[in-house]
Write a protein that binds this ligand. Sequence first.
Ligand SMILES: Nc1ncnc2c1ncn2[C@@H]1O[C@H](COP(=O)(O)OP(=O)(O)OP(=O)(O)O)[C@@H](O)[C@H]1O
Length: 246
Amino acid sequence: MSQENSILVSVENVGICYQRMLRRSAGYWALKDVSFTIKRGETIGIIGGNGAGKSTLLRLLAGIISPDKGQISIPPSIRTQLLALQVGFDRDLSGRDNIIYSGMLLGKSRKEMHGLLDEIIAFADIGEFIHENVRTYSTGMCARLGFAISSNLSPDILLIDEVLGVGDSAFKEKSSTLLKERIASDQTVVLVSHQHDTLQELCDRLVWIEDGVSLQQGDPETVYAAYTASMNEKISASNSANTSNA
Ligand SMILES: Nc1ncnc2c1ncn2[C@@H]1O[C@H](COP(=O)(O)OP(=O)(O)OP(=O)(O)O)[C@@H](O)[C@H]1O
């Protein structure tokens, strides 16, 4: 099989159960039964309603959490990087130190990272804030830092959780251009987004997840149409229930 078409990641009947804070209450299965594969060089879009389990799935692919049932297979040499607004940085370190730390997590040496620092800082373009703790950053600044790091480090799989469309218009343009370049250069990408245009333009395939279950996968047009039809049905059902209760 050629390298381009080889399966890089396989997710089989995976479930993730979050433990509740109250010890006696049962855990919550955020993912119940998710299966799909990712081929080398593919851009996969993950869609689904709020709370469907999309971010949980990216955390699983990033190796932050492990499955409580089923299996995920990723070769040990494969480095993933998660670009998300809530995770990925040590909030008590400066942006600069987070750049070095992220690079080392992706297998770079401290010396290599010092060589890349200036370029990454220039791409992030957040001024003196680069020396402040990430805790003080705005949402857009976190997105800038994340994109700046991934633009220079090229992980094997880039995982993007709804950070497109964040920030000012100059940054949106810059991040979208970067992503398109990565996709053209055969970067493997998994992208969570609610933006139809983005999914349509960038993705080879969509995987639709609802209530922790992978319902459908395939070409973006078909899967998005099925997802939208299901959403519209839910809205109609909810409107009818509200009318009959009035
Ligand atoms: N750390 C956690 N502990 C307990 N429950 C969690 C945790 N993280 C997420 N959940 C729950 O798991 C479910 C799936 O959450 P997740 O964030 O993966 O959904 P999502 O599809 O990304 O949602 P959205 O589109 O709203 O961002 C939700 O019901 C959420 O409340």
